[in-house]
Write a protein that binds this ligand. Structure first.
Ligand code: AMP
Length: 419
């Protein structure tokens, strides 16, 4: 065998090690609990989707155009790993007949998404989202509801200092005229734009407002604002969403440059950022209305609104704080055979497991080393099992914190361990 380097994880993906699990599970648990409190039901959709579904709904986004993981063709289908969940959830809503149930459908999903993004903190190639969708509801009440739900999740998880940015990007009645104005405005500036922005001017002028390039900021500031060019219906919806947020006591900042580059996005767009410093942090949750998405997928036109929250980013924020969640020990009881008592230790462990999580230290090492390990493991009790005692079905029980030790019959152990 040739010598090789040990094989490491793929770039941009992470193992979630046991230490990091409690905070992550808590963050996901709060997501599910908040969603259920608002009357949302869980849905699970496949990580693999037909590439056409994803291409159709995302061709002009980075997540699809540049970052999609396309799978090698197997059989007749072109498949890809989902870069986001909404396209799949909307597909499942129609395909699974949820259209026949009470409308709108309120759904949530927690699961991994995949994007060949440039790896850095908060930007992973496999990451988890908490997705919330209301499908079949057009009223502004649903927009405000999902915003409030996102806020409740983030604050419930422990992030109180948040900034909510909000905008309206109109619909297919008012946006085309606005886009013409935007193009007219940018046309004379063309040669001053970056190569990327020049392409956007041709293909997707709304995304010029997404530009993060310093020299393009001044252009944006003088550009016409879509929220000032809404048709009466979109303007009424925009007013209604803001009134609802005001009455819910939810503060927001109107960001006229907050946009989505795809035609099926309509009206409300929003993003939650960590509070404090303004600037270019990454969003914790992003959402909006997508009244044109169902039709873009080939289904009957159906309105929808929702958001995607980044579980990894929320957990990263919380983990940066001291001792957010008390770590549960791997096992509360460690059974330590002292000498040749493995069989007895296994049996005692089975008895202890009725009431407490229990591990056995089968390793051949010194008794002192085993006792040190018990402390490191975070165990509360050690059950010391010696061969001579095994025949009498007794063991020594030691409480680590106090050092108190006594001889206990095996069958008394559950009661002594507080079961
Ligand atoms: P998007 O679908 O791009 O609007 O993303 C929705 C949310 O998912 C964002 O607000 C982030 O919290 C999270 N997110 C997006 N891309 C990544 C990534 N590469 N790594 C970690 N989280 C991400």
């Amino acid at each position: 065998m040739p010598r090789t380097e040990p094989i490491k994880a793929a770039r941009g993906v992470r193992d979630i090690l046991p230490d990091a699990i409690p905070l992550r599970r808590r963050t996901e648990g709060i997501a599910a609990e908040v969603a259920q409190r608002y009357g949302y039901q869980e849905i699970v959709t496949p990580v693999i989707e037909q590439r056409e579904l994803i291409d159709r709904v995302g061709e002009d986004t980075d997540a699809v155009a540049k970052e999609l993981y396309r799978l090698e063709k197997r059989g007749s289908q072109n498949l890809a790993l989902r870069p986001e969940a909404t396209a799949g959830v909307v597909r499942a809503y129609f395909e699974g007949g949820l259209t026949k149930g009470p409308q709108p459908s309120r759904l949530y999903l927690i699961g991994p998404m995949f994007r060949h993004d440039k790896p850095q903190k908060g930007r992973y190639r496999e990451f988890y989202q908490f997705n919330v969708e209301v499908i079949g509801g057009s009223s502004a009440g649903f927009d405000a509801e999902v915003i409030e739900l996102a806020r409740d999740w983030l604050t419930g998880a422990g992030l109180d200092d948040l900034r909510l940015e909000l905008n309206s990007i109109g619909d297919d009645r008012c946006r085309p005229t606005y886009l013409e104005r935007l193009k007219e405005y940018y046309a004379p500036l063309r040669t001053e734009l970056s190569a990327d922005s020049q392409v956007r001017l041709e293909r997707n002028p709304l995304r010029l407002l997404d530009s993060k390039l310093p020299h393009e900021q001044a252009f944006k500031e003088r550009a016409p604002k879509i929220s000032e060019h809404l048709c009466p219906e979109c303007a009424a919806h925009w007013d209604a969403v803001r009134r609802l947020l005001d009455s819910a006591g939810i503060e927001y900042v109107h960001n006229p440059y907050l946009v989505r580059g795809l035609d099926y996005y309509t009206r409300t767009v929003f993003e939650f950022y960590p509070g404090g410093a303004t600037g270019q942090q990454d969003a914790l949750a992003s959402g909006g209305r997508y009244d044109g998405l169902a039709a873009a997928e080939g289904w009957p036109s159906t309105p929808g609104v929702g958001f995607a929250g980044g579980i990894d980013r929320v957990v990263d924020q919380l983990a940066a704080r001291p001792a957010e969640v008390a770590m549960k020990p791997a096992a509360e009881v460690l059974v330590v055979p002292d000498g040749d008592a493995s069989l007895a230790a296994a049996e005692v462990a089975r008895i202890c497991r009725r009431v407490r999580s229990t591990a056995v230290d089968y390793e051949v090492r010194s008794f002192a080393a085993k006792m040190r390990l018990a402390g490191n493991l975070g165990a509360r009790w050690v059950v010391i099992m010696r061969p001579a005692q095994a025949t009498q079905r007794v063991a020594r029980l030691r409480e680590i914190a106090t050092g108190a030790e006594s001889e206990v019959g095996w069958d008394e152990l559950p009661a002594r361990l507080g079961g």
